[in-house]
Design a protein around this ligand. Structure first.
Ligand code: COA
Length: 155
């Protein structure tokens, strides 16, 4: 059963760090998470499965644009709809605030994430060559018109 998406806070820091280390070789630091969880520079939503944190999404909101900063699902809980549920909820939060556009970048080799973003209507708008320092991968830049999508669904 897929559970509810909830806002994460300071008390979730340790669990979030454990999940992050499992999901990324080049992972965010405690200080980077503190900017969101403690100082509210960006938002973090999560979903639990059986009491354990199974996935999270981090995104920033500036005026009418949002940027997906990170999205990760525990390896044992992948392909169960959690990534899609997290992304859908983040976009819904933004749409309700009147945010018009969403941006993100993703490694060109990350087939799973690219497939997910394309399903949500993201379109590629550019490439940054050899952008990621850990692997030398290109970054693909994606954009999505949130407001248009949300208005069409709610007509
Ligand atoms: C990308 C990621 C978040 C997807 O999470 P998930 O919970 O497994 O995704 P979902 O089950 O919600 O899948 C939604 C859609 O994403 C796509 N997708 C997910 N995993 C995929 C895979 N391994 N191969 C191809 N497409 C995939 C599919 O379109 C899928 O829809 P479908 O199941 O109907 O085919 C997860 O694989 C992950 O944490 N990867 C490591 C971290 C990462 O790369 N994050 C992205 C940073 S930009």
């Amino acid at each position: 059963m897929v559970e509810r998406v909830v806002a994460l806070g300071e008390s979730d820091m340790d669990e979030l760090m454990r999940l992050e280390r499992l999901c990324f070789a080049y992972h965010w630091t405690r200080e980077q998470f503190a900017m969101g969880l403690e100082r509210g520079v960006y938002r973090v939503l999560g979903m639990r499965q059986g009491g354990r944190l199974a996935g999270y999404i981090a995104f920033s909101l500036v005026e009418d644009e949002m940027e997906i900063l990170n999205l990760a699902v525990h390896p044992e809980h992948r392909r169960c709809g959690i990534g899609a549920a997290l992304l859908a909820r983040a976009l819904e939060v933004c749409a309700k605030k009147g945010v018009a556009k969403s941006f993100l970048d993703v490694k060109a080799s990350n087939v799973a994430a690219i497939d997910l973003y394309l399903k949500f209507g993201y379109e590629q708008i550019g490439v940054r060559k050899r952008y990621y320092p850990d692997t030398g991968d290109d970054a693909l830049l994606f954009r999505h018109e949130i407001r248009r999508d949300y208005d069409q669904k709610n007509q």
